[in-house]
Structures are given as C-alpha cells and as structure tokens.
Design a protein around this ligand. Sequence first.
Ligand code: FES
Ligand SMILES: [Fe+2]
Length: 379
Amino acid sequence: MDLFDPKTYRAVRGPLRDAETLPPACYTSQEFYQREVSEIFLKSWNLVGRADYVKKPGDYFTHMVGGVSFIVMRGDDGQIRAFVNACRHRGTQLLQGEGNCRTIRCPYHSWVYDSAGSLRGANGMQETRSFAASDYGLIGLRLETWEGFLFVNFDPNAESLGQYLGNLDAWTGSYGFEEMITVKRREFLIRANWKSYVENSLEHFHLPTVHQKTIGGVRAVWDPVDGAPGNFVILRSKTTASRATLGNAVSFGNIPTLRGPAAEGAQYILVYPCTVIGADLDCMWFKQMLPEGPDSMRLLAGFCFTKASVERPDFDEVVENYHRRFELVMGEDNDIAEKHLRGVLNPFARAGRLSSVEPLVHVIDNWILDRVVGPGREA
Ligand code: FES
Ligand SMILES: [Fe+2]
C-alpha cells in the first residue's frame, strides 16, 4: 500500500455513510508520522500552555512539538517569548523542565543569554575573528496568545493566529478564558497514536462503553460543529448541568457570563492539530495529545477555573470533585487509546467502517489527509 497515494484513501474521502476509517498503517507507520510532523506540526499554530504558567519575569517552561525543543519565557519587560532550546555556540540544550532564571547560562561553556534571548556573555570568544555577539542570540519562534493560551508556530510564513482560529470566538467569547486560573496540570506518557486520542475526544459514541462507570450515563443532545471558518471543530453536548463532576457531587455553579452556544452545555473544541479544550458550564480544561512518534504520545492536561470559584473559601474541597472526575475519565481514555494502538499494530488489522454517530472522526481524518497526502475530499 502506498501511504502517500491519494487513491489509497478513496474510501476515507467519500461521504460519511460510505466512508471507511483510516487504514491501520496510518496509526503505526514511521513514514506517515514523519509526514505529519513536516506537513502539520511544523506548519500549524500549536497550543503550548497558558500565560499563567509564566507569571513573573524569568519564569520559563520547556516544551517539545514535532521533535523541536523550545523554551517559553517571560522576559524582564513582561513579554512572553519562545526560543529554540539550543545554544548558539555548539548547540547544547539549554534548559529542561520549568523554573525561573534571570539569565540563561549554557551548561557547556557558560555562554549567557538574557531573558529576551540576546547573547550577553560569549565566554572564550575574545580572540575569534569577525564575531559579533549580536549575531548569536537565541533563535526566536513565533508566539501569539489567544484568551490566555499560548501558541507557537515554527513556520515564518504561516498566517496569524487570529486567521488560523477563524471565528472560534463566536463560540467561546463569553467564558472569560483569559481570566481563568490554571489550578492543576497533569502529564502522562501513553503508548498510543495521537490521532486516535484526538478522534476519541471528539466522538460521544464511546461514552456508554468506555465511560460506563463514570460519565457514560449522562443524557445529552449531541451537536457536531464543523466547517466554521477556522482550524477547529466542536462537539457540543446540550445539557443543563455541567459534565465536569460526577453524580450529585457539589459543584461551583454555572459561570454567570455565559451567552449563546456556551450557555447551552459543554463544548469540546478541537483546535487542530492536537489540542482539545473542554469548555463546560462551570470550568474549562484542556489537553494536548503531543506525538513523540507513531506509537507514543505525551498527554498534557490543564484544569482552569474562574477567579470567583478559586476565591471561594470551600474551593479546595469542592475542586476535588472535579479532579476525581478528570482522573477517572482520563484514565479510561488513556487505556482505550493504548488498546486501539495494540489492535491496529496487528498485522491482520484492516480499515473499518464509520458509524453515522461519529461524524467528526471522519472530518478530522480528512483534515489530516488534506495536509499529509494533499486536498481531495468528496462532498
Ligand atoms: S555549547 Fe553552549 S556555551 Fe558551548
Ligand atoms: Fe472518552
């Protein structure tokens, strides 16, 4: 099978009711993965975290997307920037994890960069001819923000973040994401393909089976949103109560400012390629399905609440009801994603057929094929 021949995907490209799933090799092939990196991750706006991860000047965290390690740092001037995480002397990785530093000192020969990435101390270069420190600052990456979220793009010619997100604000404008506070973060290394985790996050078909013991029984009217201008799709769940706690657990109550679609229930928003924002009536969480190869991904999750909720005297007690639900449901999704990979790794696995109740799986797979193989979806 030629994974880069558009004809391979004729059955994925057709209308949903005729369509096949992606062939198993798309979830396991190293070549297909490399093409995803070059055609998707190195060209898209990748969500990398929240501005409140770097509150003070000198605060930084490191991150990796598509094999590129980079530093996100708040400068002395208050501005948040992203830099390639490699020294300009002989290329050593500069920082790991997260923390705070006034200057970045290379662990190899002590070149020193300031918080804006400029080279301030070029140890040992006094005798080197035609060397100007100003030519050897850290390599900057495009970083733009939306509603308190930080996005990085490696492509200098890419459209702006605003153009990339299109009219997403029409669905999210009333949550006040920007003022929300990230109260907890989680990280898991999962033996799964990133696409299968993304697909899973945008279909409700698996809820009664995978989440039987947790959120599987909650009734809702499901409404998929696709085709709005912008690189996102939304699975809306029309319910009157939040889906972010289990059973009758005490919750924070609805966010009073919600209007329009946001007031009608939860919205699970995939910002392509691999971030899902769970916007509920009383809180917001987000998760990134970051591939590290065809068969492994890092799941990074953040849980955010309004300032009013965080300031409640009973916040620490009530928030546990949310964390308990998040842990249980994420555990169930992590487990099914690993089972999916083990299945498609089976040499006898074949492409399957899609159900009419998982339309966004079809939409997502076609978005990926448009970039990896080239445009060509039939109406
Ligand atoms: S590699 Fe960084 S100072 Fe030498
Ligand atoms: Fe799930």
